[in-house]
Write a protein that binds this ligand. Structure first.
Ligand code: AMP
Length: 506
């Protein structure tokens, strides 16, 4: 091996990987091991069971993939099993392992739902060393004795908390009953809820615990903003922000599958290149959406947390939270889709005045700097767009076809007129529509914040004479939150009724 090749991956040399593995690392362009790789790889190579708390984007796939590839015996059996919550993640893991193991004759096979059982099982004839599977399909094969002498030496559970959220924990426990006891087990999870800790106690043997604190909360490459709006303004707010930000690639996170569908449809109707992705879609459709987004055929992906989790998509310039995420972990996870690999990113959260408390909790919990912004009005948006368009036009490469057309018109057309006509054509498609004012202005919000503080002080004073225990206070807070929640529902209903009425009037 040439010296310069080793130099390029010299930080990986300490692991003692085979040259063929180093070659795979070099080919993927990795220069330094990521923090999770630094901690997990030596433990995995030592044969220890590992629990690793790490998010997508930390390099966790290579953290378990590289030692796996390095230790393959190529004895004709399935040596490793990787269980993932979704088909997309299974495919992604398979791709990465295949690429890393390019010089190690690694063969992988995916056992996932939505594909022909016959074709999948036929692939076993090719003697793959690594199986990547989703719980349902794998369990189906195990129950029906489709996998002869199946005894992987290493079992990896990827995105375990996601499996919990998707209701797969019982399946996982059943799968483990079909496996021989003496395998090495590696459990990866972005968060560590109690059921996952319990599962770990059951299936892991004296594990090494590794925790990688999410960098994204302090990732200075992500500008984190929030906008206060009324519930009925969400769609207009998103559209206006897309118009003014002109994202090259954006993911809009919604809470519900139906919302993702509706919003994507509405954006397409309004001329944006959007697509939806959620768990109720057929695998083929989901695959089509991801491909369109990855290939930049559509630049807006409207997705639910679960569907988009674990997916590694590069070049995302903007992340939008259509609603406040359900918890701080989800916030961190979502915004971590942008500002990767040293690139700048923008994370935008829409919140109603009533949701603002939730946002404050997220801010406190993640210690993130999320700044209040106003949604630009039509004129500001047009000015911003003008500047961006001019920049875009000046940078745009000149094609041969354009030169050919230019030769045809240069003698017959006035150039000023021609440029103006072309600009009119271009701008025809990018009109800024919608109401002029969307969301709360900063001074309205400051008033709201003052009122909120006063309300909180009053609640605290009322409780003080009894010297309540901490729990009593938090109980009251909870009751109050519940009331706010109910008020929110009423607010939503009245807003939607208003919208219906307005649209009838139109
Ligand atoms: P993951 O957390 O496994 O989803 O990985 C996120 C992305 O980081 C993938 O595209 C990997 O190819 C990439 N990656 C993994 N390890 C490294 C590394 N050491 N240096 C640079 N990129 C990496």
């Amino acid at each position: 091996m040439a010296k310069d090749f080793v130099d390029e991956v010299s930080d990986f040399l300490n692991f003692g990987f085979k040259k063929s593995v180093l070659r795979g690392i070099k080919e993927l362009g990795f220069i330094q091991p990521s923090p999770i790789q630094k901690e997990a790889i030596p433990a995995i190579l030592d044969g220890l069971d590992v629990i690793a708390q790490a998010q997508t984007g930390t390099g966790k796939t290579a953290a378990f993939g590289l030692p796996l590839i390095n230790s393959l015996k190529h004895n004709g059996s399935i040596e490793a099993l990787i269980i993932t919550p979704t088909r997309e993640l299974a495919m992604q893991v398979s791709d990465e392992i295949f690429q890393l193991g390019k010089y190690n004759k690694v063969r992988t096979v995916c056992f996932v739902g939505g594909q022909s059982v016959f074709k999948q099982l036929e692939l076993l004839d090719k003697k793959p060393q690594i199986v990547i599977a989703t719980p349902g399909r794998l369990l189906d094969y195990l129950r029906n004795h489709k996998l002869k002498s199946f005894s992987p030496r290493v079992v990896v559970l990827d995105e375990s908390d996601e499996m919990l959220d998707m209701g797969f924990l019982d399946d996982i426990e059943e799968i483990f009953q079909y496996l021989y006891k003496d395998h090495q087990t590696l459990l990866f999870s972005a968060t560590m809820p109690i059921p996952i800790k319990h599962l770990a106690q059951k299936i892991l043997n004296n594990p090494k615990f590794i925790k990688i604190t999410p960098e994204n909360t302090t990732n200075e490459d992500i500008s984190q903003r929030y906008y206060i709006i009324n519930d009925a303004e969400r769609e207009e707010a998103i559209v206006r922000l897309i118009d003014s930000e002109m994202p090259s690639k954006a993911i809009i996170f919604t809470r519900m599958k139906k919302e993702a569908d509706i919003l994507a449809k509405r954006l397409i109707e309004r001329g944006y290149k959007a697509c939806a992705m959620h768990g109720d879609m057929e695998q083929r459709e989901r695959h089509r959406s991801i491909k369109a987004f990855k290939d930049s055929k559509s630049n807006i992906l409207v997705a639910t947390d679960i569907a988009a989790r674990g997916l590694d998509i590069s070049g995302v310039s903007h992340v939008f939270n259509f609603h406040i995420p359900l918890n701080p972990e989800s916030y961190v996870h979502r915004i971590g889709r942008t500002g990767r690999a040293g690139k700048k990113g923008v994370a935008i959260t829409l919140a109603t005045p009533l949701e603002f408390k939730e946002l404050r909790r997220i801010k406190e919990n993640t210690k993130a700097t999320i700044e209040l912004y106003e949604i630009p009005n039509i004129q500001d948006t047009i000015s911003k767009k003008d500047t961006q368009w001019i920049e875009k036009i000046l940078k745009y490469p000149i094609s041969d076809e354009a030169l050919r057309l230019y030769e045809q018109v240069r003698s017959s057309a006035d150039m000023t007129q021609l440029v103006c006509k072309l600009l009119s054509m271009l701008l025809e498609e990018v009109k800024v529509l919608g109401p002029n004012k969307i969301g709360l202005r900063k001074k309205d919000l400051q008033k709201f914040q003052r009122e909120l503080r006063q309300e909180e002080k009053a609640t605290y004073k009322k409780q003080k004479p009894d010297h309540p225990k901490k729990n009593d206070y938090s109980k009251k807070q909870n009751q109050k939150e519940r009331k706010v929640g109910q008020a929110k529902k009423t607010h939503k209903v009245s807003n939607s009724t208003k919208t219906k009425r307005n649209s009838k009037r139109k």
